[in-house]
Write a protein that binds this ligand. Structure first.
Ligand code: CO
Length: 165
């Protein structure tokens, strides 16, 4: 289990580094991210969210009970657009409506070091785009309107205060 970093912590704004080799340390990190994600009942988690500025993310498909791990992911193709409500484990109890591609094709490396190409739709496609944003230091609040930010003002300020401690 790892501590989930929340809004205001500087690591969430850093551009994460490419993973050079998938060693034991990387595999341990991925396993601990899976445990953390299940425990938090989330659908996606990126390295920086657990304090590791590396280009790794995992998603969990609740219906299929299946994890996808992607290392050094790159979006190859985006199709269609859809606005939906989106949350983030780094923004507890906060939700913003975000316009994302409906379908994406992403290339990356899996835990075995093999290059894979994954096609995703709907919630998993949304999750892939969200997690890749994390690797570039982009957060859901960057898409929020002023009205949405005002609505969550107290919660956001609370997180910022907490991050300074
Ligand atoms: Co997130």
């Amino acid at each position: 289990m790892r501590k989930i970093r929340t809004y205001g912590e500087p690591i969430l704004r850093k551009k994460a580094e490419e993973v050079k080799d998938i060693d034991d340390k990387t595999l341990k990190l991925i396993n601990s991210m899976k445990e953390t994600l299940l425990k938090a009942q989330g659908i996606g988690l990126a390295g920086p969210q657990v304090g590791v500025s590396k280009r790794i993310f995992i998603t969990y498909d609740k219906e299929k009970e299946n994890f996808i791990t992607l290392i050094n992911p790159v979006i190859l193709e985006k199709n269609g657009y859809e606005i939906d409500i989106e949350g983030c484990l780094s923004f507890p109890e906060i939700f913003f409506s975000i316009n994302r591609a409906k379908k994406v094709i992403v290339k990356g490396i899996n835990e075995k070091g093999k290059e894979i190409i994954v096609e995703a739709n709907g919630i998993i496609a949304r999750c892939f785009q969200h997690e890749i944003d994390h690797l570039n230091g982009i957060l859901i609040i960057d898409y929020a309107t002023q009205n949405e930010k005002n609505f969550y003002k107290e919660k956001l300020e609370h997180l910022l205060q907490k991050s300074k401690k």
